[in-house]
Design a protein. Sequence first.
Length: 388
Amino acid sequence: MARKLRIAIIGGGIGGLTAAAALRARDYEINVYERASSLSEVGAGIQIGPNGVRVLYAMGFKPQLDAFACSTPKFVSLTFDTAQFRLSEPLSDLSVGKYGVPYLTMHRADLYDALVKDVPDSNVLQDQNCIGAFTRGDVAIARFEGGREIEADVIIGGDGVRSAVRESLFGQDTPRYTGQTCFRAMVPMDVVPKAIGPDKANLHVDNAGWIGPKGHVICYPIRAGKMLNLFCGFVNDAWAEESWTVPTSQDEMQQVFAGWSPILLDILSHAQAGFKWGLHDRDPMQQWTKGRVTLLGDAAHPMMPTLAQGGCMAIEDGWSIARCIDENSNDIPRALATYEGERRPRTSRVQLQARQQFLNNKKVPAPPPLSREWIFAWDATTGKDYTA
């Protein structure tokens, strides 16, 4: 009897855990190697479009999502100073009618907790600082700090934007600072007014974006509507670190957005502990795979957050690589080539559109958002566009 394929996943983020859960459901032997000493997700809110929700539903996570995610009925774009509507369009109801599933917003940690519970503790190894991966003959090898090595039939590098696996395969990348720094923070919903501006935008339920000449603020409900998530980007010529863990303060956020809507400034005054990072851009990669080692998520396609698709692309990757391995389990090179051939053109296009959306947001006045319909329509569970 043939043994099960051994698959090692470097990095226990959302993409890596999606791959782990999807592969485990297909009865493969998986282990996740995480550099952190405890398995937890940093960050605040995350938007999951219908293309990502469709995968999570297929994996059986609908009950968990129903408990903590928010379905935002519409997207509204607001002027930075008066909170007037620039644009209002249906979102989640349209998503259900057109794509079969809702558009959801949630706390990253809640999604992470749901995913990690689908992978046994014994298959998640912590304090594992991978420094590279390579192929020797028919074996994939990951090397860790201190010189220890592990072998597998496949290694998936899902170790994030600063991926050691990617660097070991293809060398250092060249991120470019965009001149924009971002804050992220959360605010208790009970201090947020329900109707703001002359058009009565409702931040308790809507997905809203404030667009100004030197920045933008995206906010949406998370944690079953108990919290408001804030993503705040602003022009900053000084280089800023590409990290999610540099702290900021209410005073700093207030200073940066001085002159914006008093309602927004009042909301920011209630922000809980926030963080900041510099927004960087990278060109799409021309290759993800060498031998029996491939990449996934931010390690493969780090993208700007302007389309809210980074998490969705990682979730799609996780399902896709599990399906491609399962359909080609006797031919791993073919499985990885099929995976990259399916995923890389799509994620490259999303990366480039996210870049263009960023450039559009800097225009005065900013044009309407670029269409994401082609992104939402894709069904990674079938490998083709969704049809009702």
